[in-house]
Design a protein around this ligand. Structure first.
Ligand code: AMP
Length: 544
C-alpha cells in the first residue's frame, strides 16, 4: 500500500525563496575582487537572482545548457549557482588551479555555452580563449566601471541584471534535473565529472544542516574557505540559507593574515576548509597571541587532519570537526561531531584521538569496507579494506564517461572510493590512505597518513608527507619529506623516537629529506603523485 502524500519536486531555488522569507536578516558578506567588501541579505540575493535569471535567458540560456564559472567565493558566484539551477541549466564550476590543458579539456567535454569569470582571470581567458569552443559567451563578473580593455569580448555581469525585473517565474522542474557539475581534479588521466541534481543537492543541504547543526544554525556566521569551485563549497551555499546562517565569502586572499582579519572583523563563528589553510591561520594566531573574535568551530577535511592541529584549536576553545567526503559524494560522507555521552565520559586525550579519525556517517550515506577478494569486512576497528559508499548524494556514474564509471560502480551499485579504511563498532571511520598512496613493504601495508599525523606534532615540522620509494628487497619503503619550521632540522633519531611510541619499528621511514614546500593539487592537498615523481630516482641510504 502506498502512502497518500503529495510529491513536490525538491528544488534548489526553493531554498533561497524560503530563506528570503524566513531569514531576512541573515547576510552574505563578500570580499570582492574589485578590492572592497559587499554585503546584502538573502531577500536582496533572491531579487538579484531573479534579475540574473532573466538576463541569462535573454542571452539564450536554456534548460540543460552548461554555464561555467571561473570565480572565487563571492556573492555573484552564489547568485549564478541559484539563477542557473533555477533555469534548469547546469552550473559548471571550474577550478582555476587546473592546468590549461585540463581546463580546456573539461570545457570541451562539458560543452559549456557560457563562461562567467572573475576579474582576476581575465589574463588567463585571454591566453586560453583559442582553446575554448567558438561561440562561447564570456561574462565578466563585475560592473561597468571595472570592465577592462580586453581582446576578449566580455559581457558585463551587472549590465546583464540591469533593468531586469526582480521577480521571475521559476519553472517547475523534475527533481532529477541536473543542476551542478564539478570535475574531480584527477591526479591521473582526464578529470571526471560529477553531475549533481536538484534532488541530491537539496537532500545534501538538509543532511548537512542536521548533521552539523552545532555549527550551521540560525545566527551563525560561516566562512567557506573551501571554494565554490570545489564541490559546491561542501554544500554551504545551500545549507546556510536553509538554516538561516550568514555566509562570509573571502574572495581571493586565503593566506593566514587575510583570513584572520576577515574572521575578526566579521566575527565568523565557524570556518570551513582543508588543513593547509588552517596551518596558515594557526601561524597567524600564534603571531597575534589570540584567536579571531567570535571563532568557535572549524570544520576541516579534504585530507587527513593531524592530531596536533586539532589539539591546538581545541585547547584554545575552538571545536574541531574532522569530516571526510569526495567530489563524487556532494561531498559530505562522514563527520566527527561527538555525541553528548562522548563529551561527558571521555578524557580530553581520548577525545582528541577520536577527533583525529574521520567521524561517523551522515544520514543517508552507507559505508562498507571490502578486502581484496571482495569480501565485506566487519566494523570492528581492526579489519581494513577498500571503502565503498552509497546514498542519494553519491554519483551513480561519471558525466559522459562510461569507461570510468565501470571502474567505480560495483555489481551492487556501490561506489568505490579508492580509499582504504577501517570502521569501528561505533561507526567511526579511519582513513588509512588513498589505495595508491599506501606503502607496501615486504607484503605488509604502511599508512602514510599515520606517519604524517605523528610527525606533524613535532614543533620543527611545518608540513610533511610520506611517500613510497622502490626497494629491491621490500618492494617499497617509506621516505619522509619535511618542510621545516624555521632553521632547525629535526633528526632521524628524534623522528624515530616519536614514531616508535605509536608504530612498529619496521614502519619507520628509511630516510628524511627536507624541502622548501610540498607540491599541492588544484584543491590544495599535498600531491603525492608529483612528490613521487620528484623523488623517482631517489636512492634510499641502505641501497647501493
Ligand atoms: P576530492 O574529491 O578532491 O574532494 O577528494 C576526495 C578524497 O580526499 C577522498 O577520497 C580522500 O582520499 C581524501 N579525503 C577527503 N577528506 C579526508 C579526510 N578527512 N581524511 C583523509 N582523507 C580525506
Amino acid at each position: 500500500m502506498l502512502g497518500q502524500m503529495m510529491h513536490l519536486p525538491l528544488s534548489i531555488i526553493e531554498i533561497l525563496r524560503f530563506s528570503a522569507q524566513n531569514h531576512p536578516k541573515a547576510e552574505i558578506v563578500s570580499v570582492r575582487t574589485e578590492g572592497d567588501v559587499h554585503r546584502y541579505t538573502y531577500p536582496d540575493a533572491f531579487k538579484r537572482v531573479a534579475q540574473l535569471a532573466s538576463g541569462l535567458k535573454k542571452i539564450g540560456i536554456e534548460p540543460g545548457d552548461r554555464v561555467a564559472t571561473l570565480a572565487w567565493n563571492g556573492y555573484r558566484h552564489f547568485e549564478l549557482y541559484y539563477a542557473i539551477a533555477g533555469l534548469g541549466a547546469i552550473c559548471h564550476t571550474i577550478n582555476p588551479r587546473l592546468s590549461s590543458e585540463q581546463m580546456s579539456y573539461i570545457t570541451k567535454h562539458a560543452e559549456d555555452k557560457v563562461l562567467c569569470v572573475d576579474l582576476t582571470f581575465v589574463p588567463l581567458i585571454e591566453v586560453l580563449k583559442d582553446q575554448f569552443a567558438e561561440g562561447t559567451i564570456y561574462i565578466l563578473m563585475t560592473d561597468r566601471a571595472h570592465m577592462p580593455e580586453s581582446k576578449v569580448d566580455f559581457l558585463c555581469y551587472e549590465e546583464l541584471l540591469e533593468d531586469e525585473p526582480n521577480d521571475f517565474e521559476w519553472a517547475t522542474l523534475s527533481e532529477e534535473t541536473a543542476a551542478g557539475l564539478c570535475y574531480t581534479s584527477g591526479t591521473t588521466g582526464n578529470p571526471k565529472g560529477a553531475l549533481y541534481s536538484h534532488r541530491s543537492t537539496v537532500l545534501h543541504a538538509l543532511t548537512l544542516s542536521v548533521s552539523l547543526a552545532k555549527t550551521v544554525h540560525e545566527g551563525a556566521k560561516i566562512l567557506p574557505v573551501v571554494p565554490l569551485f570545489h564541490v559546491n563549497a561542501w554544500g554551504l551555499p545551500y545549507a546556510c540559507p536553509l538554516a538561516g546562517a550568514s555566509l562570509i565569502f573571502p574572495g581571493p586572499a586565503l593566506d593566514g593574515k587575510s583570513i584572520f582579519d576577515l574572521m575578526d572583523r566579521e566575527q565568523v563563528s565557524s570556518a570551513w576548509g582543508v588543513p593547509t589553510v588552517w596551518l596558515g591561520l594557526q601561524g597567524e594566531i600564534a603571531v597575534r597571541g589570540r584567536n579571531p573574535e567570535g571563532f568557535t568551530s572549524v570544520i576541516v577535511g579534504g585530507s587527513a587532519v593531524p592530531r596536533s592541529m586539532i589539539e591546538v584549536f581545541e585547547k584554545s576553545g575552538v571545536m574541531v570537526c574532522h569530516a571526510w567526503g569526495m567530489t563524487e559524494m556532494s561531498p559530505i560522507g562522514t563527520h566527527g561531531i561527538l555525541s553528548a555521552h562522548h563529551e561527558e565520559t571521555m578524557s580530553e586525550e581520548d577525545k582528541l584521538d577520536m577527533k583525529a579519525r574521520q567521524g561517523r556517517r551522515a544520514f543517508g550515506v552507507d559505508l562498507k569496507i571490502v578486502d581484496e577478494a571482495g569480501v565485506i569486512q566487519p566494523h570492528d576497528g581492526k579489519a581494513i579494506g577498500e571503502l565503498y559508499v552509497r546514498g542519494n548524494t553519491v554519483i551513480n556514474g561519471y558525466f559522459r564517461n562510461d569507461e570510468a564509471t565501470r571502474t567505480v560502480i560495483d555489481s551492487d551499485g556501490w561506489f568505490a572510493t579508492g580509499d582504504v579504511a577501517s570502521i569501528d563498532a561505533e561507526g567511526f571511520l579511519t582513513i588509512q590512505d588513498r589505495a595508491k598512496d599506501l606503502i607496501k613493504s615486504g607484503g605488509e601495508w604502511i599508512s602514510s597518513i599515520d606517519l604524517e599525523n605523528i610527525v606533524m606534532g613535532h614543533p620543527d615540522v611545518a608540513n610533511c608527507a610520506v611517500i613510497s620509494i622502490a626497494h629491491p628487497k621490500w618492494d617499497e619503503r617509506p621516505l619522509l619529506v619535511i618542510v621545516p619550521n624555521g632553521e632547525a632540522r629535526v633528526s632521524k633519531d628524534q623522528v624515530d623516537k616519536m614514531l616508535l611510541k605509536q608504530v612498529a619499528k619496521w614502519q619507520l621511514p628509511d630516510a628524511i629529506e627536507f624541502v622548501a614546500q610540498l607540491p599541492l593539487t588544484a584543491t590544495g592537498k599535498v600531491s603525492k603523485l608529483t612528490l613521487r615523481q620528484n623523488f623517482k630516482d631517489y636512492k634510499l641510504p641502505d641501497i647501493v
